[in-house]
Structures are given as structure tokens and as C-alpha cells.
Design a protein around this ligand. Structure first.
Ligand SMILES: [Zn+2]
Length: 199
């Protein structure tokens, strides 16, 4: 077998760096793009460029948005006294799909994990505490994974707000221990939300 093109290797390596895509899939996607019409690859490249250029983070909740403030935060029909804390956009999307939470969100952008260098200041937490103090928030629902990192982050948040008088709840442990919200089925997640408990 001859030496593989560096350009091709670069393409495969780029796909392999994406979450959930292994070396094998990266190779398949790369071959597919090379073999398909130029329109297909152009469209993909344009979509990535446009998304990177036009999508930003909501100034309030750090959700993805094309505007300064996301659709959820600017929806006057939502209950601003209740904030659901999520790790990332995909978890926010999961909860929105369930249609159980009528309040707002706060995307913290990760979980505390000192070994990986993720400390509280690496996350969107100061903006959360500001929000909680400035607005009339009554309930804070911690919608983080039930993992060591999720527990550490939940504990940190609740400790910081223990004198605030806010009702802090956490999803019931219907979600398997160490399981990720993203991969939990809708019924289980809905149940975990409905049966949330005081933290
Ligand atoms: Zn927002």
C-alpha cells in the first residue's frame, strides 16, 4: 500500500476529532465527500462557516442564538422565576423537546472537574449567581448529570446559594448513575424532572 495523501489524512483527522466520530466513520465520511458532487462538500463547508459566523451565545443564559438574547429568554410567556441549569446546548434541547419546563435556562458550559482543569471559574457560574440575585428567581432546578462531576457542580451551586432562600431542586435519580442526560430516554428524563427533589 502506497503512502496516503496528506490532504486526505488531514480531512480524516479533522472528522475524527469530532465527538462521537471514530477513525472508521471519519474515513467513511471523507471518502463520501470526495466521491460526491462538489455541491455537497461546498454546502457542508458553507453551513459550518455560516454557523460559526452567525451563531453566538445568549447574553443571559448562554444558549446558542443568532441574536443577542435567545428566543427562550425573550419569550415573555415563560416563567422567569424558574431556571433550569443544564450542562450544554444538547441537554437544553433535550429538555425543550420534553416540553415540561416552562421557565428559563442557564447553560453552565461544562462540569467541575479539577483533574481536567475545569474549575468553577471555567464555567458560566458567576452570571448564574448574578441572575439569581438580580431577578425574582424562586426555583433553581439542577438538571446536571448524576456523575461525580455533576454532583460536585450541583453541590458547589447549592452551597453558593444556600442563604439566598431559593428553592433548589435536582432531577430525581431516574437517570442511571453516571448516565448522561443526552442519552437518557424521554420517558425517564421526564419522570426525573417531574419527581425532582429538594437539594
Ligand atoms: Zn437565553
Amino acid at each position: 500500500m502506497g503512502k496516503q495523501s496528506e490532504i486526505l489524512q488531514n480531512l480524516i483527522d479533522s472528522f475524527a476529532k469530532l465527538p462521537g466520530i471514530g477513525k472508521k466513520s471519519a474515513r467513511r465520511i471523507s471518502y463520501y465527500l470526495i466521491n460526491s458532487d462538489t455541491k455537497v462538500s461546498n454546502k457542508l463547508a458553507e453551513a459550518v462557516t455560516e454557523a460559526k459566523k452567525k451563531l453566538g451565545l445568549c447574553r443571559i443564559c448562554h444558549n446558542l442564538t443568532e441574536n443577542e438574547i435567545c428566543e427562550i429568554c425573550s419569550d415573555g410567556m415563560r416563567d422567569s422565576s424558574s431556571i433550569l441549569i443544564v450542562e450544554n446546548f444538547s441537554d437544553l434541547y433535550m429538555f425543550e423537546k420534553l416540553n415540561v419546563h416552562k421557565g428559563l435556562y442557564h447553560v453552565v458550559g461544562g462540569l467541575i472537574s479539577p483533574l481536567d482543569g475545569i474549575v468553577p471559574s471555567s464555567l458560566n457560574l458567576s452570571s448564574l449567581f448574578l441572575r439569581v440575585h438580580e431577578k425574582k428567581v424562586r426555583e433553581l432546578i439542577i438538571g446536571l448529570n448524576h456523575s461525580v462531576e455533576g454532583d460536585t457542580t450541583a453541590l458547589y451551586i447549592s452551597e453558593k446559594l444556600k442563604d439566598s432562600g431559593i428553592n433548589i431542586t435536582r432531577l430525581a435519580t431516574g437517570i442511571p448513575i453516571g448516565g448522561e442526560i443526552e442519552f437518557t430516554d424521554e420517558i425517564t428524563l421526564k419522570q426525573a424532572f417531574m419527581e425532582r427533589r429538594n437539594f
